[in-house]
Design a binder for this molecule. Structure first.
Ligand code: NAD
Length: 542
């Protein structure tokens, strides 16, 4: 019973710690990394209702930077575990959906504070170890972005509930923001610990119960997230973690009559497949399921002849190669005006030559390994393909070494063909392809940028000429859901640059904003008449 109208604390972005040499956070994180690296292998259960489930099907967890090292195992489940998770979610639904928003929000605000405090080093270290992020990439993802998601979402959820209809004299109209009827399904990618947590948490905050299937390569940090959720007070059955084969989960979930929503982040092909499957089962559902998917990208940087060459080179390097280009927002195709190309190339190649590659355990490494064998092989096949073609040359990197970890040098391909394969397809690795355009053909180049790929996630334009900037912004209106002027196309901050793209990149429901949370409620309009009429006749009858 809430005796008052309460206000969620106003959210402020979590400050990013520097991890500079000598800082307390650096020492704490290094100690935690080493402790987790050296501890006995762990055994990660599935979390279904109140139970932690272990199976005989153990799958190895290894760091991408050292695939011979075993961090532990997770327990692979089957169809029975998917069914069990759905049953546990539906059992928890009534109490959770009826629980007051203040209490639900408090749980997730507590989770944010736990991450900002005692779990920060552990969550960052688990992300470094199992997903191959350096300390800074782990900090901005696993800690800061996730803390922001949780705090801002509580605030946005409250704002949504405050949107209420007008009431004419004698009546009181109200909108109730109900949870979806049934259970929801969160399917999350390997590359962001924050996204892995936010997809189930955003739905749960709005009163939904969730079956959560993470990527196999993110299970190690997913377990830390479950530890945090549980300590914060998320009740049993509200978020159920299952580690099963995607299609096995999909087969049960999408045929279930109580399935009410999919919150997905991952590749475009998988999302399309899931959507089609949902469509095929439409007549079986009690309610139309909500479908939110944030998917692939082929993100661009355009540099006009008026651009600051150092800023362009820095944008290219950070935008394309941080976290080895394994960000949906990573710059992977660039269009540079020919009159500034020499300067940009000079700075870019000089800077690239200073990058150190290796394990995140050594904080001086900027580049780490790509996530797994499958990714390594795929990225290498694109580099090998480029090596064989006549309309491109590799001007930096190009070497791949999987002897200890899955290491791929930051690779720059220069092409004379703006529709070269690596200008068009998502590679999801440290490969940037550059096309140098004649400075007199800026307008034509913008058309090319707009039409080259099926995606529309992020893009950036560098220019000091304001006419050029606004021209690009207008010409590329539909080419990116997150558009950057004189900045790299990565690093969206919750509450500042709500994130998502359209076309092949997803439903553009903007994670970290009220727009996303709105998808997880089913409003009910209540009209209450204070003194009901007692005579059927209208004045025109007399
Ligand atoms: P992925 O599509 O391979 O996997 C995503 C999730 O889907 C995983 O949990 C996987 O196990 C599951 N899955 C795969 N097949 C399935 C099936 N048939 N049924 C049910 N689940 C299934 O993606 P990934 O390699 O983990 O992540 C990289 C991709 O994610 C890239 O394409 C990247 O652009 C995209 N991404 C997009 C955003 C965004 O906000 N737009 C953010 C992060 C990543």
């Amino acid at each position: 019973m809430a005796h008052g109208t309460f206000q969620v604390p106003f959210p402020v972005n979590e400050p990013v710690l520097s991890y500079a040499p000598g800082s307390a956070e650096r020492e704490e994180l290094q100690d935690m990394y080493n402790k987790m690296y050296n501890q006995d292998p762990i055994d990660v259960p599935m979390y279904i209702g109140s139970e932690q489930i272990h199976t005989s099907d153990k799958r190895e967890m290894t760091p991408p930077q050292e695939h011979g090292k075993i961090l532990g195992h997770f327990n692979y489940g089957d169809a029975s575990h998917v069914k069990g998770a759905i049953d546990a979610a539906l059992k928890a639904r009534k109490s959770w959906a009826a629980y007051s928003f203040v209490d639900r929000a408090t749980i997730f605000l507590k989770a944010a504070d736990l991450i900002a405090g005692k779990y920060r080093a552990k969550l960052n270290a688990s992300t470094m170890l199992s997903q191959g992020k350096n300390c800074f990439q782990a900090e901005i993802d696993a800690s800061c972005e996730l803390i922001d998601f949780l705090r801002f979402n509580a605030y946005f959820a409250q704002e949504i509930q405050q949107v209420q209809p007008e009431s004419a004299e004698g009546i009181w109209n109200r909108t109730e923001y109900r949870a979806l009827e049934g259970f929801t399904f969160a399917v999350t990618p390997f590359n962001f610990t924050a996204i892995a947590a936010n997809l189930p948490a955003a739905m749960a905050m709005m009163g939904n119960v969730v079956v959560w299937k993470p990527a196999d390569t993110q299970v190690y940090s997913a377990q830390v997230l479950m530890e945090i959720f549980r300590e914060a007070g998320v009740p049993d059955g509200v978020i159920n973690l299952i580690t099963v084969d995607g299609p096995v989960a999909g087969d049960i979930v999408f045929k279930h009559p109580d399935f009410s929503g999919l919150h997905f982040t991952g590749s475009t092909a998988v999302f399309r497949h899931l959507w089609k499957t949902i469509g095929e089962n439409l007549e079986n559902y009690k309610t139309y399921p909500r479908i939110v998917g944030e998917t692939g990208g082929k993100d661009f940087i355009v540099a006009h002849s008026s651009a600051n060459v150092k800023a362009v080179a820095t944008g290219l390097l950070r935008g394309a190669f941080e976290y080895q280009g394994q960000k949906c927002s990573a710059a992977s195709r660039a269009y540079i005006s020919d009159d500034i190309w020499d300067g940009v190339k000079d700075h870019l190649l000089k800077d690239l030559a200073t990058l150190k590659m290796g394990s995140p355990q050594d904080f001086s490494n900027f580049i780490n390994a790509v996530i797994d064998r499958k990714s390594f092989d795929k990225i290498k096949s694109y580099i090998d393909y480029a090596k064989d073609q006549t309309d491109c040359e590799i001007i930096a990197g190009g070497n791949c070494d999987d002897s200890i970890g899955y290491f791929i040098e930051p690779t720059v391909i220069l092409t004379t063909n703006p529709l070269f394969r690596t200008m068009v397809e998502e590679i999801f690795g440290p490969v940037l392809t550059i096309y140098v355009f004649p400075s007199s053909e800026f307008d034509e180049t913008l058309k090319l940028v707009d039409s080259t790929s099926e995606y529309a996630l992020t893009g950036a334009v560098f220019a000091q000429d304001r006419y050029a900037l606004t021209k690009a912004k207008d010409a590329l209106e539909n080419a990116a859901g997150n558009f950057y002027l004189n900045d790299k196309p990565t690093g969206a901050v919750v509450g500042q640059q709500p994130f998502g793209g359209a076309r092949g990149s997803g439903t553009n429901d903007k994670a970290g904003s009220a727009l996303n949370l709105l998808r997880w409620v089913s409003p009910r309009t209540v009209k209450e008449t204070l003194v009901p009429v007692e005579d059927y006749r209208y004045p025109f009858h007399s």
